[in-house]
Design a protein around this ligand. Sequence first.
Ligand SMILES: Nc1ncnc2c1ncn2[C@@H]1O[C@H](COP(=O)(O)OP(=O)(O)OP(=O)(O)O)[C@@H](O)[C@H]1O
Length: 298
Amino acid sequence: MKKVFILANPSSGKKQAEKYAKSAKELYEKKGWQVTIKITQEKADISRFTKEACENEFDILIVLGGDGTVSELVNVLKNVKHKPTIGIVPTGTVNNIAQGLGMNTDPEKAVDELIKGSQKTIDVGEINDQLFVSSISAGSIPATVWKVSKEQKEKLGPLAYFIEGLKSLNDNEPYSVEIRLDNQEPIEIDLSLLVVGVSNSIFGIDYFFDNAHYDDKKLHLFCVKQTNLGKQFVTFSRVLTNNEVTSEDNIAFSTTFEQASFQLKQGKTNVALDGEKGPTFPLTVKIHPHFVNFLVPA
Ligand SMILES: Nc1ncnc2c1ncn2[C@@H]1O[C@H](COP(=O)(O)OP(=O)(O)OP(=O)(O)O)[C@@H](O)[C@H]1O
């Protein structure tokens, strides 16, 4: 009999996680699975319950939450002997990770999809000893990601990020970064945006890195150089309308790497990790290929 641990963050998204967790338990028990359900009361419970699921060797750990919850949970898996297979029921606001895995964004359908699903071994990124499952980013747009209030997120969903992002183009402060990719010579560039992603879906845009896959053993880098507001706007519009990210006038560029370092040479900027506040510069970033199994639609 499969041992299944359900971990639900009731504060995520529209606050429906507890409700869906209970209906998931009912459905999975009918299927003959042995189900334990835990509802988090605070952030620290995410790692506490994940450790419990690993120590007691559960086969499957189903998480009901958004990117923040999934990211917190995956960070626990770095130091455990037994990693359960993870399944996501996306009850967050943006749910990039679930989207990148091809999960249904309707939690009810996702609950059902996980029973019939298959397993996929996915890559994760590491930045200064912290794991990320979706992306890290630096610049005024990512800085707004964690400034977006819970209320704005509930009301506007992913659109809240876009609106705040566009507003932030105005107070874009220049910063200069020395980038060293794999064994290449370092380059120093004045940037307004730096994004490193594990999969295609970033900031709620599911084609941000069009060719990226969760199991391609690569990290994907997208940079926008410092330029005037108009050109930046055009570049972001291209990204948002699924056009080429590499613009003719070299304002933006994208590439892939396995390990890299980023050193801040001038100015200051914040780093976001899976939509939450991340570490500070200097950054050492690498891929962990095939780190953990996830349940994905069949
Ligand atoms: N009871 C709670 N249990 C767990 N985390 C909580 C709780 N209350 C507040 N939080 C906060 O919720 C954050 C995780 O929320 P999460 O990111 O999963 O949802 P979201 O922000 O709605 O979705 P998304 O990140 O996809 O936009 C945690 O980092 C933690 O700070």
